[in-house]
Design a binder for this molecule. Structure first.
Ligand SMILES: Cc1cc2nc3c(=O)[nH]c(=O)nc-3n(C[C@H](O)[C@H](O)[C@H](O)COP(=O)(O)OP(=O)(O)OC[C@H]3O[C@@H](n4cnc5c(N)ncnc54)[C@H](O)[C@@H]3O)c2cc1C
Ligand SMILES: *[C@@H]1O[C@H](CO)[C@@H](O)[C@H](O)[C@H]1NC(C)=O
Ligand SMILES: *[C@@H]1O[C@H](CO)[C@@H](O)[C@H](O)[C@H]1NC(C)=O
Ligand SMILES: *[C@@H]1O[C@H](CO)[C@@H](O)[C@H](O)[C@H]1NC(C)=O
Ligand SMILES: *[C@@H]1O[C@H](CO)[C@@H](O)[C@H](O)[C@H]1NC(C)=O
Ligand SMILES: *[C@@H]1O[C@H](CO)[C@@H](O)[C@H](O)[C@H]1NC(C)=O
Ligand SMILES: *[C@@H]1O[C@H](CO)[C@@H](O)[C@H](O)[C@H]1NC(C)=O
Ligand SMILES: *[C@@H]1O[C@H](CO)[C@@H](O)[C@H](O)[C@H]1NC(C)=O
Ligand SMILES: *[C@@H]1O[C@H](CO)[C@@H](O)[C@H](O)[C@H]1NC(C)=O
Ligand SMILES: *[C@@H]1O[C@H](CO)[C@@H](O)[C@H](O)[C@H]1NC(C)=O
Ligand SMILES: *[C@@H]1O[C@H](CO)[C@@H](O)[C@H](O)[C@H]1NC(C)=O
Ligand SMILES: *[C@@H]1O[C@H](CO)[C@@H](O)[C@H](O)[C@H]1NC(C)=O
Ligand SMILES: *[C@@H]1O[C@H](CO)[C@@H](O)[C@H](O)[C@H]1NC(C)=O
Length: 690
């Protein structure tokens, strides 16, 4: 192992070797688990674990060296259980021995529900179906992912399940990585044996990017060390920082913030999400996104195992190409991140304000299933046009929210039975009104969060919003309620283990740019596009107002490969659907085509803007432009140079258009099939989305 990581290891002990501390441009520390690395002697004894050869034989390919990899023969498909090139059981055993026993061959957990599997156990099945979602069971499982349809809906949890349970789109083997050596061995073994490699952290990905049929999975969940660095220097940054393993979930990071004097670290809005995995790799938003920037904007240094098996440090001065690409250019593309050093800030409060509006238009025979709740804090509007006028007033105000450093999360439910347990009491000016519990209606709810603002300050920020409601005949009863504004410390309480259930959720995203707020006409067409999807399409809308501008991103964030759409975006809009189980391939395609009619209206009002891959559609048309914008070609060059073998692959990641998953039935976007190169003839004919 040459320069980079050796230097890093030495820098980890600057008191012993002060000479090195004088020559480096920044501080590098290795976490405990990063000090255990694969050495070339070990890989010499076990050739399946050899590092990729580079021109400089044994060099680590850093510091702008030319890459001169020896290319393996280009087989059309990755090895698959049963194929000639799939390693023998003996080879897998030997691999497990080299890993010190960290190789797992897990069944999907719901195998417990299926007679005929070795883990059939009705008690366990009942637990999985009825109770597992209230705890971290699925996050702690080596293979389970939360969005089931992307793995092909194999082995679904169900009591009295019929049919068989197969491994399907889940990986065949998993490396339960607890050291960098485990990660390096997995990358080398997969590359040398033509095996599909996937990386699973928490399994939150909506696009099936943390599973794959016939794969070896690197499971990062236990790379979970944390250290607070009160005075840290890297590049032009000097200040507070923290370093933590890529397996750490956000709830644990919040607890570490609390344990370290309520320091602030930018994290996702939902605390079950991984704080350094796919979230930050594609941007990563949370309550501080308009104040301190996205997750990717926080990184000062990234430690990563690259496709050649080497463990390298990437920061503003070393491996700058990786440092750029890993901050927003996508997970599962350039390497396996083992830890990230991020900025930390002093303690901060956040203040939250809520608003709900419901509408009961005249009866509509197209009423859908009940979902939304009318609560006592809901303002009631009895006319559809007036309801959309009210939403227009609020949506217009989103620009002011993000410019004040705030974010908001809204949900807009389509026409459906507005269910309340009894006849609802809704606020109507200073009086209460009773509205019938059943009957179709629209509803809207939103919570806005402002960092570093008091209740009084937020009331002042919101005053023009309520003045705008007052100015519209029929909306004067929508008034500011102080009890709907509350303050809490960002990091001042212990977070319990968050739960997650399994779902069939499917997101489609569009990041709507600031320019759409510039004129009344552009704003009105934007609102009509949203209204068409909700009212005519019948889709649930989830909007997030975020202003992660270059100014907010600061240094070094503004140099990251974050989708440029974030930098001038105001509103990340999502149409949510549930992908039904049991759809035929044709029906699945028809559903895709239907929603694309409404997505194309949103795209038409935001030409050249983009979409958020982490909450976007694995079937996004022209995804290269939508998810990466003008960064795509630079990222593709880095991908080709760093991973000429295509070791890392997941749908809609940079360079992924060269490969496809061939499923038995052609079901769109399923990971339940063999990974093969796109044939040259089809590559030119097929669109990326096909
Ligand atoms: C309930 C829920 C809430 C969410 N809330 C938010 C939110 O508040 N803000 C937001 O921005 N997004 C949110 N998301 C979306 C989230 O950002 C994505 O699901 C993201 O992919 C999760 O990353 P993960 O590492 O936790 O999950 P995984 O599914 O395990 O990984 C996601 C992707 O990253 C890759 N990856 C993971 N770890 C590494 C690593 N160490 N090195 C290289 N590649 C890696 C995986 O291979 C995969 O491609 C939410 C999703 C869900 C389901
Ligand atoms: C079945 O699962 C339960 C936990 O859900 C466990 O306590 C029990 O030991 C299991 N039974 C067998 C036979 O493995
Ligand atoms: C499962 O089958 C049993 C016996 O047939 C039945 O009593 C029970 O209601 C079924 N449970 C579910 C959830 O279908
Ligand atoms: C993975 O490794 C961790 C740390 O050694 C261990 O606690 C955990 O039980 C392992 N998980 C599985 C499923 O073997
Ligand atoms: C750091 O600051 C110096 C001087 O202000 C500037 O020249 C240099 O470009 C900066 N470096 C980075 C990586 O931004
Ligand atoms: C952290 O915040 C909590 C809640 O505000 C407070 O009780 C606690 O004292 C704070 N801890 C430190 C070290 O400041
Ligand atoms: C947070 O708010 C509380 C009460 O409103 C206040 O006492 C505290 O000083 C604030 N903390 C910070 C860091 O502003
Ligand atoms: C409204 O408030 C009353 C009194 O607080 C409560 O009993 C009732 O459940 C609330 N209704 C709804 C729909 O939330
Ligand atoms: C809506 O309410 C107004 C009074 O606020 C009333 O005049 C009108 O008739 C109502 N419309 C419907 C459709 O109920
Ligand atoms: C709800 O209101 C309707 C009239 O709008 C009334 O007939 C009905 O009894 C009420 N139901 C309850 C549970 O209060
Ligand atoms: C309206 O309902 C709320 C919650 O149930 C209650 O606190 C309030 O006193 C009511 N207002 C009037 C004017 O009845
Ligand atoms: C709300 O209050 C207005 C008067 O302020 C009244 O005209 C209207 O009928 C009320 N709406 C309901 C649903 O009670
Ligand atoms: C927080 O607000 C205070 C008072 O408004 C201001 O002085 C301070 O600079 C703000 N902190 C940050 C990090 O913006």
């Amino acid at each position: 192992m040459a320069s980079s990581l050796l230097r890093a290891a030495l820098r980890a002990a600057p008191l012993i070797l002060p000479l090195f501390a004088l020559t480096v441009q920044g501080d590098t520390t290795l976490l405990d688990f990063e000090q255990v690395q694969l050495d070339s002697k070990h890989s010499h004894d076990h050739p399946a674990l050899s590092f990729a050869k580079t021109k400089r034989g044994g060099g680590n390919g850093n510091d702008g060296q030319e890459f001169g990899h020896t290319h393996p023969p280009e087989t059309e498909c990755r090895a698959f259980p049963g194929s000639d090139d799939w390693p023998s059981d003996n080879e897998w055993r030997r691999f497990n021995t080299s890993l010190g026993g960290a190789l797992l061959k897990p069944l999907p957990p719901a195998a417990a529900c299926y007679t005929g599997t070795p883990s059939y156990n009705l008690t366990q099945c009942r637990y999985i179906v009825n109770n597992a979602s209230s705890g971290s069971f699925f996050h702690d499982d080596p293979v389970q992912i939360l969005t089931q349809w992307t793995e092909g809906n194999t082995c679904l949890p169900a009591i009295n399940a019929t049919g068989t349970c197969s491994q399907g789109g889940f990986p065949v083997y998993v490396v339960n990585a607890t050291t960098v050596k485990h990660v390096q061995a997995a990358v080398n073994f997969a590359r040398n044996n033509n095996i599909r490699l996937v990386i699973k952290n928490t399994g939150h990905d909506f696009g099936g990017r943390s599973v794959g049929a016939g794969s070896l999975s690197v499971w990062t969940h236990h790379l979970d060390s944390f250290q607070y660095l009160p005075r840290y220097t890297q590049g032009n940054y000097t200040g507070m920082a923290a370093q933590f393993g890529s397996g750490l979930q956000a709830w644990r990071v919040f607890n570490y913030m609390y344990d370290n004097g309520n320091i602030t670290i930018v994290g996702p809005g939902l605390r079950s999400v991984g704080a350094n995995g796919g979230w930050f790799a594609s941007g990563g938003h949370g309550n501080l996104a308009s104040f301190y920037g996205l997750g990717a904007d926080q990184a000062l240094e990234i430690h990563v195992v690259t496709a050649d098996g080497r463990f390298v440090v990437a920061n503003a001065d070393e491996n700058e190409d990786l440092f750029y690409a890993l901050r927003g250019g996508g997970g599962s593309t350039y390497g396996v991140v083992t830890s990230v050093i991020v900025k930390a800030y002093p303690p901060i409060n956040t203040t939250r304000a809520q608003l709900s509006i419901a509408c009961r238009p005249p009866a509509d025979t197209n009423a859908r299933a009940p979902l939304a709740q009318i609560t006592n804090a809901t303002f009631f509007v009895n006319d559809t046009a007036l309801y959309w006028k009210a939403l227009g007033v609020y949506f217009q105000f989103k620009k002011t929210i993000v410019d004040a450093g705030g974010v908001d999360w809204d949900y807009l439910y389509p026409l459906q039975g507005v269910a309340a347990p009894t006849n609802g009491t809704v606020r109507n000016g200073t009086t209460n009104a009773t509205v019938p519990a059943t009957g179709p209606g629209f509803s809207f709810r939103v919570a806005a969060t402002f960092p570093n603002r008091t209740v009084d300050q937020v009331a002042t920020i919101l005053a023009p919003l309520y003045a705008a409601f007052r100015a519209v005949p029929g909306l004067a009863h929508i008034t500011l309620t102080r009890s709907e504004i509350s303050t809490s410390p960002y990091a001042g309480a212990r977070t319990p283990v968050p739960g997650s259930g399994l779902s069939q959720t499917r997101y489609r995203s569009r990041i709507l740019p600031r320019v759409n707020w510039a004129t009344e006409a552009s704003f009105e067409t934007t609102m009509s596009a949203i209204r068409a999807g909700v009212e005519d399409g019948g889709y649930t809308w989830h909007g997030l107002s975020i202003g992660a501008t270059n100014d907010v991103a600061g240094y070094p964030g503004r140099t990251a490969a974050v989708n440029p759409a974030w930098r001038n975006g105001i509103l990340h809009g999502i149409f949510i659907t549930q992908q039904p189980t049991g759809l035929t391939t044709q029906a699945a395609r028809d559903e895709e085509a239907r929603i694309q009619r409404y997505m194309s209206v949103l795209r038409a009002v935001s030409p050249g803007a983009g979409a958020y891959m982490n909450e976007g559609d694995p079937g996004e048309p022209d995804w290269q432009q939508a998810f990466y914008g003008s960064n795509y070609n630079r990222l593709l060059n880095i991908k080709r140079r760093r991973d000429p073998w295509g070791v890392f692959w997941a749908p809609t990641t940079v360079g992924s258009e060269a490969w496809e998953v061939r499923t038995a039935d052609g079901y769109p976007r399923s990971q339940n099939g063999r990974l093969c190169r796109v044939r040259a003839t089809t590559a030119t004919a097929a669109s990326p989305a096909a």
